[in-house]
Ligand binder design. Structure first.
Ligand SMILES: Nc1nc2c(ncn2[C@@H]2O[C@H](COP(=O)(O)OP(=O)(O)OP(=O)(O)O)[C@@H](O)[C@H]2O)c(=O)[nH]1
Ligand SMILES: [Mg+2]
Length: 234
């Protein structure tokens, strides 16, 4: 989440998370550190970063904050470039849009609860053709549309569905099936009011089989199955 100071980046983060995570004030330059949060949007894991507002400053702390913003901008898979549509476009806004025009960028016109300062349709025509959403971080308008746009831009419009999901190999398919079995046990145990230790045991098993896929748990039998499937050392 990037933009010049005071456009409502932190308010937007809080609104997307539905939690008061970042400090919001009317004082420009409130955020100095990168504030990171992870959330799931329609099943897609997203790591959101609220950043310090971009401006030329003398204050040393804020300056470092702005440098961090620039670094995160380079790393980001998707940039939410936030503009305040209740005031005119500023040189800093234009600089930012210039900077991100080669990145996957979603333009977020914020503060739509306030009157528009410009004819944005006309302004947008002269800008690079970014997908655009209009929101009010203060009131929550447009946030569900914003979330849909994020998913669309991150996964290319293909929604994840259980039927479209595939496991890349037999070992992973087996681990997924086992995870499912353990999770079903967890569900059954909780409805039957089983002792917490039993539920914890089943949950641990589920986590371990998931861990086999991402490589966090590598018990002997995983290694065995890998060595029996591949011929190593020839
Ligand atoms: N009317 C209105 N005010 C908003 C909206 N979003 C944010 N604000 C106000 O704008 C001011 C700045 O909001 P912040 O979320 O702190 O802005 P920021 O972009 O994080 O600012 P910096 O951290 O200083 O870069 C606060 O007074 C917010 O209440 C909105 O949608 N509508
Ligand atoms: Mg902020």
């Amino acid at each position: 989440i990037a933009g010049r100071v005071n456009v409502g980046k932190s308010s937007l983060l809080n609104r997307i998370l539905d939690e008061q995570k970042a400090i919001v004030t009317a004082i420009p330059g409130t955020t100095r550190d990168v504030i990171e949060s992870t959330l799931s949007i329609e099943g897609v894991p997203v790591r959101l970063m609220d950043t310090a507002g971009i401006r030329e400053v003398a204050d040393e702390v804020e300056k470092i904050g702005v440098q961090l913003t620039e670094e995160k901008l380079k790393e980001a898979d998707l940039v939410l470039a936030v503009l305040d549509q209740s005031v005119s476009l500023s040189p800093e806004d234009i600089q930012l849009l210039e900077k991100v025009k080669k990145k996957t960028t979603l333009l977020v016109l914020n503060k739509i609860d306030l009157p528009s300062a410009m004819n944005w349709e006309k302004v947008l025509k002269d800008l690079p053709p970014f997908p655009t959403v209009r929101v009010s971080a203060l009131r929550g308008e447009g946030i569900s549309r914003l979330k849909k746009e994020i998913v669309k831009l991150v996964v290319g419009g293909d929604k994840f569905t259980a039927s479209s999901a595939i496991a890349p190999n037999v070992r992973q398919a087996k681990a997924l099936r086992e995870t499912k079995k353990f999770l079903e046990n967890v569900l059954r145990c909780t409805t039957e009011n089983a002792p917490l230790e039993i539920i914890a045991f089943e949950l641990r098993n589920a986590l371990d089989s998931l861990g086999e896929i991402v490589g966090e748990t590598t018990p002997e039998h995983v290694l065995e199955s890998i060595f029996s499937n591949f011929c190593i050392g020839k």
